[in-house]
Design a protein around this ligand. Structure first.
Ligand code: FMN
Length: 173
């Protein structure tokens, strides 16, 4: 089993794309947060915005991976207005007691991602080891690679601190 889980919610694919890159770089397991609401079209957009602004959760499917079994869980969400998406909020609420270390990322068209990162920390009840806020335009035009790399490096160093690969040799008897 991998040491890291990358869990993400994505309505239109942007957050998914970042999640796949992060998971690949960290050799992590990938968990899509799925909810049961129809979020297609203008009605789905308005419903989503309303839920996010009310800061409520949504009805999500049980995860395929067990978040509490990982040393670090990376969670990604789009910004819906300046708010955390309701499916990602539900995931964090559901697993907050089991999460050991966390890192967060958020994508937005123009603004709101930083506010979402703060809400994720608040919902999880713990400070993240690393955060990443991205614009969707940069993600799709392949301009996010450096920022993603820095984020991944920070997570790697946290994992390395936990279990150094080249730690001191055991003392002789
Ligand atoms: C309900 C809703 C509200 C949104 N509100 C904003 C906003 O206020 N500002 C903004 O820049 N982008 C906003 N967006 C755009 C998304 O944050 C952006 O496209 C994000 O990257 C989508 O991620 P996804 O493709 O993973 O769903 C909104 C999207 C939705 C669905």
């Amino acid at each position: 089993m991998a040491r890291t889980l990358v869990a993400y919610y994505s309505r239109t694919g942007t957050t998914r794309r970042v999640a796949i890159d992060v998971a690949h770089a960290l050799d992590a397991d990938l968990e899509e947060i799925r909810d049961r609401r129809d979020r297609a079209g203008p009605a789905g957009f308005v419903r989503s915005l309303l839920e996010a602004s009310l800061q409520v959760g949504s009805d999500i499917d049980p995860p395929r991976h067990v978040p509490g079994a990982y040393e670090l869980v990376v969670i990604g969400s789009p910004a819906w207005g300046p708010w955390l998406s309701s499916p990602a909020r539900s995931f964090i609420w559901r697993h907050r007691a089991d999460l050991e270390k966390v890192a967060f990322f958020s994508t937005t068209r123009q603004r709101g991602a930083e506010a979402v990162l703060e809400q994720m920390a608040h919902a999880a009840g713990k400070a993240p080891e690393a955060v990443l806020a991205l614009h969707a335009g940069d993600v799709w035009r392949n301009r996010a690679a450096h920022a993603i790399e820095r984020f991944v490096d920070r997570i790697r160093s946290v994992l390395e601190e936990e279990h150094p690969r080249n730690g001191p040799a055991p003392a002789p008897h």
